[in-house]
Design a protein around this ligand. Structure first.
Ligand SMILES: [Zn+2]
Length: 541
């Protein structure tokens, strides 16, 4: 206890906080994080599946903790919960899909081997008979002076396009080799739907997608969860086609696929109408269900600024229990992914609840659901941000942090794109943490975690994680730990709690995140995206 206090004082002096006005900064306790992670990843919670009993129990547990800390409910109707209406959609085997040329033989495609598809409109069945238009990458990005459509109207058409984005080594053009959101498949479906397309066919190329056809096939083969239909435009057939099918389709149209790919690299590219139609009958099972985000807040102390908040997020869901597999090895415990993020979020909430006085701005905590289903809980939170009791000015997200010792590096990728970076840099130095740049910017990790759902509605957001260098170990050790996790435990039942884990490092991550939140909740200067950033326009809305 005494040791903790002296550390607290050192931190206080270091950060130049006014000692006279403020009690000692409360400190995070690794033991408490351990208990949360152990419980949330236990067999009792059955892998916290979205729409499953264990997931609902995890939400209850988190709400109970928030209440115990004396935090105010920030959900709907004075509760800690925000209902997230969803549907489970599975494309049925009677679905048919064929390519029909203006003249010549049509080509019937085989589901799973040749194509995968999902009806985003959530209808039990749809029939499509529409012409195909090749739209290059299907990107409109004014900040890079890029527009593949040139005013072309996709209404009633089927869009054919490549995943990823124009090849670039120039950091000012689609961020060089780093992937921007324009390159993600989710953007392709959203943009073509906004432009009125009935269906979209993404051409799969292993090099462009950075994963093989088997990944596409597996992830689209089962039931997919989506948010219940809202006003966002949707496709009747959001599809991927195998590269060999795309080659045949190009040949049927009198084109060469490699040639089309080359043409798509140019700013002068214009959509190419192909003399081939898609004829499809898409049958889906549609199962409505709902899950919940869990929200709590600490009210700010400044009457003028307490309507603004620093938001902390972590997803609590994982893959649940797979009853088709033999008992004993069918629970996806999700101890690291994302029991650890929840443990951090809860300990962060406890520490903030003991902060006297509260900071000028409010502090908001959100444990979100259905991340593993495609960031759905956070998407719902982002889309309904105006309904929250306070408006987030920054989101700090936590997703899968290894409890393996004291970190000497942090990953805060994305914050360098905002005006908050200098503050983060300063605080990292005080914590003796080296900021580690994103090791694989081409993989687009930034777009694959919950903070992204807040970014896309304009809120500066990033995830905070450890790097690979831990105290008392060399970098190779950290790399080996990360590799072992990815190879043997990531998204597998084996991501289970280990008694030997050391949670002291996660307590450091809480203290670091607290200091970031404190700076953001106190500083006068607004936090926004830097000029020219892909999220800048969303932030100005
Ligand atoms: Zn995951």
């Amino acid at each position: 206890m005494r040791k903790q206090l002296s550390v607290a004082v050192m931190v206080l002096v270091g950060t130049g906080i006014l000692l006279a006005q403020k009690q000692a900064t409360p400190q995070a306790d690794g033991q408490k994080i351990r208990e949360h992670v152990k419980y949330l990843s236990s067999d009792l919670l059955e892998g916290r599946g979205t729409g499953q009993k264990g997931g609902d129990e995890a939400a209850e547990y988190i709400a109970t903790q928030f209440k115990d800390y004396g935090l105010k409910p920030a959900g709907e109707n004075g509760t800690y919960f925000q209902d997230v209406p969803m549907v489970g959609i599975k494309t049925q085997p009677e679905t048919t899909f064929s390519l029909v040329p203006a003249d010549g033989k049509s080509l019937a495609l085989k589901m799973a081997d040749d194509f995968v598809t999902s009806d985003e409109t959530q209808a039990p069945s749809v029939d499509i008979d529409a012409p195909i238009v090749f739209v290059g990458y299907g990107i409109t990005a004014p900040e890079y002076k890029w527009d593949d459509y040139k005013g072309y109207d996709l209404k009633g058409k089927v869009a054919l396009l490549f995943v990823n984005e124009p090849i670039s080594q120039d950091p000012k053009f689609f961020k060089g080799k780093a992937l921007t959101y324009y390159g993600r498949w989710t953007y392709k479906f959203e943009e073509t739907a906004r432009r009125g397309a009935l269906a979209t066919l993404i051409i799969h190329r292993t090099d462009l997608a950075s994963y093989g056809w088997d990944v596409v096939r597996n992830s689209w083969g089962g039931e997919l969860s989506r948010l219940k239909l809202d006003t966002t435009p949707k496709l009747e057939a959001a599809s991927w086609i195998h590269l060999e099918v795309a080659k045949k389709l190009a040949a049927m149209s009198g084109h060469d696929l490699d040639r089309l790919f080359q043409e798509a690299q140019s700013r002068d590219f214009k959509p190419v109408e192909l003399p081939v139609r898609v004829k499809a009958h898409v049958v889906s099972s549609v199962r409505p269900f709902s899950s919940r985000n869990v929200l709590a807040m600490l009210e700010g102390s400044d009457t003028k600024r307490k309507a603004e908040a620093v938001l902390y997020t972590a997803h609590y869901d994982h893959f649940g229990i797979d009853k088709a597999k033999p008992a004993g090895n069918n629970i996806y415990h999700g101890a690291i992914d994302n029991g650890t993020g929840c443990g951090i979020l809860l300990e962060m909430a406890r520490v903030w609840s003991e902060t006297k006085p509260a900071p000028p701005r409010s502090i908001l905590f959100a444990a979100v659901t259905a991340e593993e289903q495609g960031l759905l809980g956070s998407e719902y939170l982002g889309k309904h941000v105006a309904a929250l009791p306070v408006q987030p000015i920054l989101d700090l997200n936590y997703d899968a942090l290894a409890p393996i010792g004291i970190p000497e590096e942090v990953e805060v990728s994305g914050v360098e794109r905002t005006t908050f970076y200098p503050a983060v840099d300063k605080i990292a130095k005080k914590f003796d943490l080296t900021i580690k740049p994103d090791a694989h910017p081409e993989a687009g990790h930034y777009y694959r975690s919950d903070h992204f759902s807040l970014s896309r509605v304009g809120i500066p957001s990033f995830s905070t994680g450890e790097g690979l260098k831990f105290k008392g170990h060399d970098l190779a050790w950290g790399e080996a730990q990360a590799k072992d996790y990815v190879d043997n435990r990531y998204h597998k039942p084996a991501d289970a709690f280990q008694e030997g884990w050391d949670f002291a490092g996660l307590a450091v991550m809480v203290n670091f995140g607290y200091a970031l939140g404190e700076a953001a909740a106190t500083q006068v200067a607004p936090i926004h995206w830097l000029p020219g950033d892909e999220f800048e326009r969303a932030g100005q809305k």
